[in-house]
Design a protein around this ligand. Sequence first.
Ligand code: PRP
Ligand code: MN
Ligand code: MG
Length: 181
Amino acid sequence: SNDVSADLAHVLYTKDQIQDKIAEMAAAIDKDYEGRDILVVGVLKGAVMVMADLSRALHSHVTMDWMAVSSYGSGTTSSGVVRILKDLDTDLMGKHVLIVEDIIDSGLTLSWLKSNLESRGPASVEICTLLRKPEAAKVEIDVKYVGFDCPNEFVVGYGLDFAEKYRNLDFIGTLAPHVYN
Ligand code: PRP
Ligand code: MN
Ligand code: MG
């Protein structure tokens, strides 16, 4: 069978649970940024689904930009040193920047990215992530908006991939062992 559902062990967050959480986060963001324009920065590629749904749930004035980054040393452990594959088109001077992510795993990507964007003269930089794995954290990051704290398992769907697959699922699940073994 070519059905992706056969590759999943179980569903962690359904489409409805994700959409409810996004609406909740959007309401909190609108409240916090009242009267201010927001520059939302999506981190390619995982954040595309959260960006698409969160931005449409916001009532604030929003502009959208994108970055693509990659950890140095394409192997085993992440070094925390990040290479910019695609930089922002926007000048951050004086802007209220909200970085949008699908997941914080070790935290190394966002830790580097937050400092990098803070060095560009923005009025503020905050982080919004749909998922966070508390047990996998290697660095402390101040994250203002977190959707779900999730188990330290291989999660896919709603932007999250395994070997570039499963990003298109509208729910989030754990991968069945036969797929990665
Ligand atoms: C994943 C995820 C986050 C990052 C989190 O991206 O989308 O961006 O890893 O990991 P960390 O907290 O340990 O740094 P990935 O590098 O797989 O690229 P992708 O978004 O294109 O899948
Ligand atoms: Mn990513
Ligand atoms: Mg990935």
